[in-house]
Write a protein of this length. Structure first.
Lengths: 432, 131
């Protein structure tokens, strides 16, 4: 252990002020930033969305065949409080999610803990956590093939906080001199049955997973593993390295022993396809001198659906809808809806994708303003999702975001068969 | 009106070389040129306090000669334990007329921390380092 002097006790305050004010007029109480026995924070969010429905899309037909409409207005109110209660080396942590949605077809509500866990940190090199925890494994921005024990990230909003799973984990960190600077080991146990983590997978299992991290010659490397249990055995690695101070390269690769997917057969039936699969991702992140951030990723989803399987599914929905129109019998539509829930209707069910995000901080000298453009393309069928957005944070503790999502693609393509053609969203957050 | 290149992610002696040093009233004026293209500002004009040898004002220029921002270090004080440095950093920029950023430093104390805290795994728990 090398002694290192650090000024970690420094407290600092950043103030944005109109020019002409004397710096000497600013003071602050450093004790306000001291660690307290109980800390509490969070945000309240209001979101208004207008959906322009894609009335020719397969997913639209499944969800709206008996209630056709051209658009939907939806209002959402979300409260996301978090807190931490400390006692010595132990803390109790929570992050909750309370949501209410109002939409012309009906109202819905949801209340849950995204995280609720106890943490014991006897020293900086050892942490023991138990409870509901949201992990973040992998280096990808939009997708994470090695996120074996997490809920799936939404590529349209990758930075959204997600709900965790109940688990017990240890985190051991060791530092060394030489080319290998840091090693960290994170083993965990995750039970899954009807009562706990019921949506993690099938059956009643005690799942074991682990991640081993290395900082080797300034390259971050992780090796991850999940045992056979509720999900099939899988393992993989990731890496991240700065090629220059403003340019980073990252990647992930994962092997799945047994990837299962429910597909539609060319004859319109259903079948479970089982095979091993390799999922991988390669990405770049660049920050220009003008504060333009560019993120570019290629994602290969080896366990995803082929273009042929996608088209078989669309044909089966079209046939089922034709039967419903002719006879009023919706049995085939309900069957197809069940298949959609297993893959076709999920975000990015295909095999290969390209992700591009360009964000410009404070263009035209407009402070606190960040416009961005995100494009997600299905590289197999050429369909795209294009998302321009405007973000403004100029009011104290308030974040305002306006974004549109425009889906493009022909018949039989992923984004061309989605439920919506476009979506306009306004989101306001107040942090406390 | 600042970024990490102004306050955290910089090492003047590595990233810049002094092309000219002039004695001025109260200290020195250094004209610095970036040693490579990977730094935020191509040239700096740095005024240095003669008594403490810490910067008091830095003008940051782009390669085109455009003044991007000015950093002013004020209120040089003794925090104890051999730490003598400015307690106030002001930045302003002709690109953002009418605005300035001010950082205030207080209660700076040296602490020995284990190397393990300077790791990716510890980063989400860094707030626990507060006293």
């Amino acid at each position: 252990m090398t002694p290192r002097a650090a000024c970690a006790a420094a407290a600092l305050l950043l103030a944005q002020a109109a020019s002409g004010w004397a710096a000497e007029s600013y003071t602050f109480d450093a004790s306000a930033f001291e660690k307290k026995p109980f800390e509490f924070g969070g945000y309240v969010e209001f979101k208004q969305q207008y959906y322009d429905l894609n009335q020719d899309g397969a997913i639209y037909l499944l969800n709206f065949y008996n209630d056709p409409r051209s658009h939907i207005n939806e209002s959402t109110l979300i409260l996301k409080p978090w807190g931490k209660l400390r006692h010595g080396d132990t803390s109790l942590n929570f992050r909750a999610h309370l949501e209410a949605r109002w939409e012309s077809r009906g109202d819905e509500g949801e209340a849950r803990f995204d995280e609720l866990y106890a943490s014991y940190k006897p020293d900086p090199g050892l942490t023991l956590d138990a409870g509901k925890i949201a992990l973040k494994w992998g280096k990808g921005y939009a997708w994470n093939p090695i996120a074996f024990v997490e809920r799936v990230k939404d590529p349209n909003d990758p930075e959204l906080a997600r709900e965790g799973f109940v688990m017990a984990l240890a985190d051991v960190i060791r530092h060394f001199e030489g080319p290998l600077r840091t090693v960290a080991f994170t083993p965990l146990v995750l039970p899954a049955n009807e009562d706990v983590n019921s949506d993690f997978g099938t059956g009643n299992h005690t799942n074991v997973a682990a991640k081993l991290y290395f900082l080797y010659r300034d390259t971050d490397i992780d090796v991850a593993f999940l045992s056979q249990g509720s999900r099939s055995q899988r393992w993989g690695f990731d890496f991240s390295r700065n090629l220059a101070t403003n340019l980073e390269i990252h990647g992930e690769w994962a092997h799945y022993d047994d990837a299962q997917r429910l597909v539609t057969t060319p004859g319109g039936g259903r079948a479970i396809v089982r095979d091993s699969a390799q999922n991988y991702l390669l990405g770049l992140r660049h920050l220009s001198a003008r504060d333009t951030t560019t993120i570019l990723e290629y994602y290969r989803n080896g366990s995803g659906l082929t273009e042929g399987q996608m088209q078989d599914f669309v044909r089966s929905v079209d046939a089922a809808y034709a039967q419903f129109v002719a006879t009023g019998n919706d049995a085939l539509l309900k069957q197809a809806a069940a298949v959609a829930q297993g893959g076709y209707g999920l975000p990015n069910p295909g095999r290969s994708y390209v992700y591009l995000r360009i964000a410009q901080k404070e263009p035209f000298d407009i402070l606190y303003f960040t416009p961005a453009l995100t494009v997600i393309a299905n590289a197999g069928d050429g369909s795209t999702s294009v998302t321009p957005e405007l973000l403004y944070t100029g009011f104290k503790d308030v974040e305002l975001r306006l974004r549109g999502v425009f889906l493009n693609g022909g018949a039989g393509t992923e984004f061309g068969e989605r439920q919506i053609a476009s979506r306009i969203e306004f989101r306001a957050r107040l942090y406390f | 009106v600042f970024n990490n290149a102004d306050i955290l992610n910089l090492d003047y002696s590595v990233e810049y070389r002094a092309e000219k040093a002039t004695e001025v009233k109260g200290g020195y004026l250094l004209e610095l040129k970036a040693t490579g293209p990977a730094v935020a500002y191509d040239r700096l004009k740095m005024q240095v306090d003669g008594a403490t040898l810490v910067p008091t004002e830095i003008e940051a220029y782009a390669a085109s000669g455009l003044l991007i921002k000015t950093l002013r270090f004020r209120d040089i004080k003794d925090f104890g334990n051999g730490i003598r440095r400015p307690a106030v950093l002001e930045t302003d920029s002709p690109l953002y007329k009418g605005y300035k950023s001010i950082m205030l430093y207080a209660n700076i104390k040296p602490r020995k921390l284990p190397d393990e805290v300077f790791s990716l795994n510890y980063l989400p728990r860094a707030e626990e380092l507060r006293k």
